[in-house]
Design a protein around this ligand. Structure first.
Ligand code: DGL
Length: 272
């Protein structure tokens, strides 16, 4: 049985969840963390819901086999497709992503907010339910942004192709009066700088990584699973893709100024 000394599991289709990982590692520096990038199956956002659900379960089982005491689904697409299934199927606490629509609704002066998401998340029932909860106070414009997560996965956070894509998604929303943009895909956290620049002054860009880390800490406390250490936690990385390529993209993101914790790569083949 996992206990307080066991690691936290975090997963995403690729590097997007690293933004969540950075928040978890900084809030809970005594915790060991396993980060699983399901890179062989990237992108989740263009896959049918059943496929994303099956991958989320396989990845979660792999993290459980490595002793995880809690799993953070650091991917909006997987949260939308699979978190109810994971909670019903596996005996472990799960924490998922939720776009920061509530803070966006509190901040907006125009009453218009945009949600930037993958195609799969845009179609999901979970997003519809979230919009129902907040949609009475504000008008929510859902912007599916295919291609953007791929720019991040390729390490291009500020290039002209990335910028042009962002402009194409954000420009029409801002022209329509949106003054708050909630990021609903973990990969987009790495594009926050470009999104803010393309949206222009006076537009709030919100993402929930820090809130998700706080939620994970609350769940650990409730279950008596928080590691009593306050320092010395280690991060280990595993991937269903190529571990050398995954290490290289982590370095590239760090070089581009992103916060990506240092950690050892687990041997190729550890991941399912
Ligand atoms: N990081 C995933 C999310 O938060 C999306 C990337 C993908 O399409 O795989 O939705």
């Amino acid at each position: 049985m996992p206990g307080p000394d066991s690691p936290i599991g975090v997963f995403d289709s690729g590097v997007g969840g690293l933004a969540v990982l950075a928040e978890v590692a900084s809030l809970l520096p005594g915790e060991d963390i396993l980060y699983y990038a399901d890179s062989a199956w990237f992108p989740y956002g263009d896959r049918p819901v059943e496929e994303v659900r099956a991958r989320a379960e396989a990845v979660s089982r792999a993290l459980m086999a490595l002793g995880a005491k809690i799993i953070i689904v650091a991917c909006n697409t997987a949260t939308s497709a699979a978190i109810a299934h994971l909670r019903a199927t596996l005996d472990l606490p799960f924490v998922g992503m939720e776009p920061a629509l509530k803070p966006a609704a509190e901040r907006t002066a125009t009453g218009k907010v945009a949600l930037l998401v993958t195609r799969a998340t845009a179609k999901g029932e979970k997003l519809a339910a979230l919009i129902d909860r907040h949609g009475a106070e504000v008008s929510v414009r859902v912007v599916a942004a295919p291609g953007l997560a791929e720019r991040v996965e390729g390490g291009d956070l500020r290039g002209e192709t990335t910028r042009a894509l962002v402009r194409g998604y954000v420009g029409p929303a801002v022209a329509a009066g949106v003054d708050a943009i909630a990021l609903g895909c973990t990969h987009y956290a790495f594009l926050r700088g470009v999104i803010e620049e393309e949206a222009g002054a006076g537009i709030d860009v919100l993402e929930p990584s820090a809130a998700v880390a706080r939620q994970a800490a609350r769940v650990l406390d409730e279950r008596g699973l928080r590691n009593p250490r306050t320092a010395g936690g280690a991060v280990r990385y595993l991937t269903s893709g190529d571990s050398g390529a995954f290490a290289a993209i982590r370095d590239r993101l760090r070089d581009a100024g992103a916060r990506v914790p240092e950690g050892a790569s687990m041997p190729q083949g550890t991941a399912t």
